[in-house]
Ligand binder design. Structure first.
Ligand code: 2P0
Length: 326
């Protein structure tokens, strides 16, 4: 069995039609589809070093040793396909704050599977890489692709069809994104626990799952037509509907703080006044403003002025798909 050190990088992504809930825990199959944009500049870079002298996998994130956990589980899947058993050292770095609702698990597992496949000499399709990344984190399946991507929940019990596919490249619609940081600490309830708690206890969860398909249709059509207004309306609806399902859990999950809400109202006021911008909010207090090309500077200035906003990151699409790195 041949193996070698390999490195890869992948971008974070933000869902415009959200993923919240699973139909299978073990295979990590989503209950419904989702649509996202992969961001330029907010990246994870990961090196996988197979090392026969190691007794077990090692994982270092941003310079800090971590339990291998799901990283080790994804490595096991790659080793199984390669017929290998050698343990690995995985070193991963994010160029953005980890654990603050910026989907570091998405870019992290996408970079991991690309690097690990290369380290073990596997020639995998993007679809196969997407399925492997999903086992680490559902949102990671989308970060295999640049630009706009859609996650298919799949219908098969074994999950082989639960993979993402590209919808439109970043160059075809180079939207811009402003992230308003309202709290840079780690969130109190992680996405996985939060979605499982919502599934178990929220009376609104069935309504959420039942209505995702129509949001996907609307968003897919809006993206194909580059219809910003239609995409804005659908994306804000999906985000608020996901948060409504969380708020109705017992006890309710409240990821927002006063600054999140101030930013939400600021974005709505801007759009009413004619600026091409809409908001989305994930399982954390940051607000992401998606803007038409050329609008991000003005939006960033406005969000930076909201009380409680500690920083703004300006980014956009265009980072490209997850790829090998030197
Ligand atoms: C999303 N989020 O679509 C949604 C919106 C957060 C809110 O995907 O359990 O970390 O690892 O599959 O991928 C975060 O969920 O969950 C997420 P797991 P993941 O981006």
């Amino acid at each position: 069995m041949s193996f070698k050190q390999a490195a890869a990088r992948a971008g974070a992504n933000i869902a415009l039609v959200k993923y919240w809930g699973k139909r299978d825990q073990r295979l990590n199959l989503p209950a419904a589809g989702s649509i996202s944009i992969t961001l330029a500049g907010l990246e994870t870079r990961t090196t996988v070093t197979p090392d026969p002298t190691l007794g077990a996998d090692e994982f270092v994130l941003d310079g800090v040793e971590q339990p291998p956990g799901r990283v080790g589980a994804v490595l096991d899947l790659v080793r199984e396909r390669a017929g290998a058993t050698v343990a690995c050292r995985v070193e991963s770095r994010n160029n953005f704050p980890t654990g603050a609702g910026l989907a570091s698990s998405a870019s992290g597992f996408a970079a991991l599977v690309v690097a690990a496949a290369q380290a073990f000499g596997l020639q995998l399709s993007e679809s196969e890489l997407s399925g492997l990344a999903r086992r680490g984190s559902g949102s990671a399946a989308r970060s295999i692709f640049g630009g706009f991507a859609e996650m298919d929940p799949g219908h098969r019990e074994n999950g082989v069809d639960a993979v993402a596919r590209p919808l439109l490249s970043a160059e075809e619609w180079p939207l811009e994104v402003v992230v308003a940081i309202t709290d840079s600490g780690s969130k109190a309830v992680g996405s996985r626990d939060g979605m499982n708690h919502t599934m178990r206890t929220s009376p609104y969860y069935p309504a959420w799952v039942e209505t995702v398909a129509e949001d996907l249709d609307a968003a897919r059509s809006a993206i194909a037509a580059r219809d910003f207004e239609a995409l804005a309306e659908t994306a804000e609806h999906s985000a608020l509907k996901m948060h409504a399902s969380m708020l109705a859990a017992r006890p309710g999950l409240v990821y927002w703080n006063p600054a999140t809400l101030a930013c939400l109202h600021a974005v709505r006021a801007l759009r009413s006044a004619g600026t091409g911008v809409f908001f989305t909010i994930d399982a954390g207090p940051q607000l992401k403003a998606v803007c038409l090309p050329g609008e991000s500077e003005r939006v960033a200035g406005l969000l930076a002025d909201q009380p409680g906003v500690s920083d703004v990151l300006v980014t956009g699409l265009g980072g490209g798909a997850a790829r090998a790195a030197v």
